[in-house]
Design a protein around this ligand. Structure first.
Ligand code: PLP
Length: 371
């Protein structure tokens, strides 16, 4: 008897697991692999969670989240996009929001447009839902033009996934690109998922949202990255009021999966949303500059504009081979094929100390010179 469902076999975690296994043999690695901030949560945010737990706020909440937090999210979204009475749902991270949205919208055969390189979860959630990922190549600068997307639209296309600032590329789409994508989405009545989890990490200009130009958008934002609390599993999504039926479907799915986001952390998130992250962003801008300056002599990389990743072309167009050499030199990076149909680049997460960044970049440059 095979206890494993065909559905779950569609998820292939072997690429990342292989890197992880190699990492176990490393002595004092420069770890450029983890997509998790290297700073702790702000003191007042931690205190709000402690107070909530001590004060007995430890039960379930309503499926969509506590009213005070949902109202705050909704009023911020109205102020930003002009949406009247938007629908806000508190979720277990952006991962939770993505899960609900993909499950609630996709039928077998539906096509999902995903810019390549992409955050791996989009690929797996589409597969789990029975949909088909259609990739839109964004090499070499990782920006997304409406023309490229238009070429991939068929009668089966239902959804367009945007992630700006992006993982693994650090690219931020321009306002003009967002407007053009909005026009295209409107023409084809696409549902847009806008994953804005790295919104705060925008180094040279504010990062815009397609939601400013197109209403059939689910805006997803999270607390994991900007507030240093990935273990709290806090995120949210906001939808325009006319997508109420979809909202109700997603709420029903949340009721029978995650149930609700953790109550003490929902309460602390109210505090977090008022916290100014600009000091952390300044520190990360400096890290971004260190990575770019440290690598540009040997690698032909695009300067990342946001998030905390650089997606760097290898000198030999074979990222798996390059990454094996990097790991042999105690630098942990991820080969491009984990995030892409190509294996020509590697991902650096620079959410680590400046010292490690300098050492890691020197080692990578030394390897590049050996080719
Ligand atoms: N979206 C992107 C682009 C990410 O990089 C991540 C995490 O790395 C997530 C969503 C999920 O974040 P979380 O579930 O912690 O909110």
């Amino acid at each position: 008897m095979d206890y494993i469902s065909a559905r779950s076999k569609k998820i292939d975690a072997s690429g990342i697991r292989k890197i992880w296994e190699l990492a176990q043999k490393m002595k004092d690695p420069v770890d450029f692999s983890i997509g998790s901030p290297d700073f702790d949560a702000p003191a007042e945010v931690k205190q709000a969670a402690i107070d909530a737990i001590s004060g007995g706020s430890n039960g379930y909440t309503l499926t969509a989240g506590i009213a005070a937090l949902r109202e705050k999210i909704a009023s911020d979204i109205t102020a930003e996009f002009g949406w009247e009475k938007p629908l806000a749902m508190v979720t277990c991270g952006v991962s939770g929001a993505l899960h609900l949205a993909f499950m609630a919208t996709l039928n077998p055969g539906d096509e999902v447009l995903v810019p390549d390189p992409y955050f791996v979860m989009y690929h797996h959630l589409t597969n789990l839902s029975g949909g088909t990922c259609v990739y839109v190549d964004t090499y070499p600068d990782f920006h997304l033009s409406a023309e490229k997307v238009a070429e991939k639209i068929t009668s089966k296309t239902k959804m367009l996934v945007l992630n700006s600032p992006g993982n693994p590329t650090g690219a931020i789409y321009t306002e003009q690109q967002l407007k053009d994508l909005a026009d295209l989405a409107r023409k084809h009545e696409l549902l847009v998922i806008s994953d804005e989890i790295y919104k705060e990490f925008s180094y040279d200009r504010a990062s815009g949202s397609i939601a400013s130009y197109y209403e059939n958008t689910i805006v997803m934002r999270g607390m994991s990255k900007a507030y240093g609390i990935p273990g709290w599993r806090m995120g949210y999504m906001a939808l325009p009021n006319h997508l109420e039926e979809l909202f109700e479907r997603m709420a029903a799915l949340q009721q029978y999966t995650f149930v609700c986001a953790p109550q003490p952390f929902q309460l602390a998130t109210i505090k977090a949303l008022d916290h100014d992250c600009s000091d952390q962003v300044d520190i990360y801008r400096k890290k971004r500059d260190l990575v770019y300056e440290g690598l540009k002599g040997e690698f032909d990389l695009v300067k990342p504009e946001g998030a905390f990743y650089a997606f760097v072309p290898t000198p030999n167009d074979d990222a798996t081979e390059f990454v094996t050499r990097a790991i042999a030199n105690d630098v942990l990076v991820i080969p491009g094929k984990v995030f892409s149909s190509r294996d020509t680049h590697f991902r650096i997460s620079y959410a680590t100390s400046e010292e490690k960044i300098k050492v890691g970049c020197e080692r990578l440059c030394k390897i590049a010179r050996e080719y």
